[in-house]
Write a protein that binds this ligand. Structure first.
Ligand code: GDP
Length: 539
């Protein structure tokens, strides 16, 4: 290698590291209706990406673009699509990965969390912690993803700031570390006290909240004069929190034992700037990712990425298959030919895209932390690694989650068995559903397993429209699943009237039970049964 080439290589590597340092890749976790779409729009708007709120997610009553890649999606008025929104703020590149917002939970939502470096937990001030938020929070904790908390809708009557902080510490065992404290009761939200310097930021409403909310900045003395008792109360309450361990500590945020907390109202753009500043200042940057051998892949190593989402049929005219991959190392350039680690085959990236909602822009370069959408990706499956260069790299597959819904699937037309098999294999590879089998049930009647029942609807729709295979689904009464560590014990579980063992394609033996009572009974009768939670930490 000539000296010039070596110098150019070193410059490119430091360039990649510098680009990676500028990235913040996160997702918003929340329960439906907490305000995720509103907050997404407000963040993007504040960063001036879109001129008018409503251009990102089309929801009824807003002037947005409704993604309509599936008839079903349109019929239900929901967005199943999920990708990343990228924008720049304060010299930082923010990648906001969208988590599907439907109340029917699906594995897609979980998998997005494999591709982020941090999460914003969004709470509705009137409702506090809700079921879907709790589930997503558990995944974050389990995966070691640091969580920031944004308490939304403080402009409406709801729980007090102290009550909400109390809920975080007691229900999640998570120390709240407020960075701001609301001034004015819920419903009379005027502004926030900055817990780091004691100053006051007062928000002003704008018509329809259509632009960044104007703010006044006052020192504590002036705030006391102008806000009187409300200011005093905010100061006293925030001091109370600080005394009970709520002083900001970055280590505790990163190790997942504490969460920085902000208060706001996304619909009015209140507190949105504070959240952007928090992301820039404190959200973790992309770090070297561990490969299957637990070796960190340096950020400036040649390009590598892993697929965390696969989507088919977004464009009905072309019925294309799009794979979303998170870049882990190197510089991605559109047109690059990379290697698909699972097959060793080359994969051309001529049409790489950046996708959010229905907007697609072609993407030319990407760095660690960014998400690329690859079209014509029929060979790519969930968890697959792509890389450039001669050294093989593989990242660990994405975790599979404990399914809670089970149904036997059969083709209603036995003449289309070949298509049925192909369709099931395809859905499994895309991670639409998990597929379980047993000798007793046979190949013509596998069991589909899902985290959320909507996954079944997607599977039914896809099999019928794409593979021409109408199917019949017979729901099974199981709701509790354990891993059977010793396959010799299969007969014991199968003998129970309310339990059965099925094998997942990855080889795991799953013992299914109607409910916890059925599980408890078998365990009492056979204390030697080796049943383990499917996902470590999951009950
Ligand atoms: P998502 O389901 O989490 O995406 O929630 P949306 O963003 O669609 O918001 C649900 C509803 O809450 C909508 O009617 C929003 O206008 C409303 N909303 C969102 N943020 C706020 C807020 O800060 N204050 C109030 N009062 N309403 C809000």
């Amino acid at each position: 290698m000539s000296q010039g080439t070596r110098a150019a290589g070193a410059a490119a590597a430091s360039d990649v590291a510098a680009h990676a340092r500028r990235r913040r890749t996160f997702a918003v976790i929340s329960h439906p209706d907490a305000g995720k779409s509103t907050l997404t729009e407000a963040l993007a708007l504040h960063a001036k990406v879109i001129a008018e709120a409503g251009a990102v997610h089309g929801k009824s009553g807003r002037s947005g673009v409704v993604s309509d890649w599936l008839e079903m999606e349109r019929a239900r008025g929901i967005s199943i699509t999920s990708a990343a929104l990228q924008f720049e703020y304060d010299d930082t590149v923010i990648n906001l990965l969208d988590t599907p917002g439907h109340s029917d939970f699906s594995e897609d939502t979980y998998r997005v969390l494999a591709a982020v470096d941090s999460a914003v937990m969004l709470l509705d001030a009137a409702k506090g912690l809700e079921p879907q938020t709790l589930k997503l929070f558990d995944v974050c904790r389990h995966r070691g993803i640091p969580v920031m908390t944004f308490i939304n809708k403080f402009d409406r009557p709801g729980r007090s700031a102290l009550q909400l902080c109390d809920e975080l510490s007691h229900r999640l065992d998570l120390q709240p570390m407020p960075l701001t404290w609301p001034v004015g009761e819920p419903g009379e939200f005027r502004g926030v006290l900055d817990c780091s310097d004691g100053s006051y930021t007062r928000f002003h409403r704008t018509a329809g909240g259509a632009s960044a909310a104007p703010e006044d900045h006052l020192d504590a003395r002036q705030a006391e004069v102008e806000e009187g008792a409300e200011w005093t109360r905010a100061r006293e309450e925030s001091e109370l929190l600080a005394e009970s361990g709520g002083t900001f500590d970055v280590e505790r945020f990163l190790d997942g034992t504490a969460t920085p907390v902000l208060f706001g109202a996304a619909v009015l753009n209140f507190g949105v700037r504070q959240l952007l500043d928090l992301l820039v200042r404190l959200a973790p940057r992309p770090e070297p990712r561990l490969d299957v051998g637990e070796q960190p892949r340096a950020l400036d190593a040649p390009f590598s990425a892993f697929v965390f989402k696969v989507q088919t049929g977004m464009d009905r005219a072309h019925r294309d298959r799009l794979a979303f991959a998170r870049v882990c190392s190197g510089r991605f350039e559109r047109g690059m030919v990379v290697t698909h680690a699972a097959t060793g085959k080359p994969f051309a990236t001529k049409y790489a895209q950046q996708v959010f909602g229905q907007q697609r822009d072609s993407l030319d370069v990407a760095y660690p932390g960014d998400v690329i959408g690859l079209v014509n990706a029929s060979a790519l499956g969930i968890g697959d690694t792509l890389y450039e260069g001669k050294t093989d790299v593989r990242f660990p597959g994405l975790p599979q989650f404990a399914p809670q819904h089970f149904a036997v699937v059969r083709a209603t037309d036995s003449g289309r068995f070949k298509q049925f098999r192909r369709g099931i294999a395809q859905l499994e590879q895309e991670g639409i559903v998990q597929v379980l089998r047993s000798e007793i049930r046979g190949d013509a009647a596998p069991v589909l397993a899902a985290v959320g029942p909507m996954q079944f609807d997607v599977a039914t729709q896809r099999l019928s429209t794409e593979f021409g295979v109408p199917i019949q689904l017979d729901h099974l009464p199981y709701s509790v699943v354990r891993r059977l560590a010793d396959p010799q014990q299969r007969a014991t579980v199968d003998a129970g009237s309310r339990s059965e063992v099925l094998q997942r394609t990855d080889g795991a033996e799953l013992a299914l039970f109607n409910d916890r009572i059925a599980l408890g009974m078998i365990q009492r009768q056979h204390p030697g049964l080796s049943l383990e939670p499917l996902v470590a930490g999951e009950d």
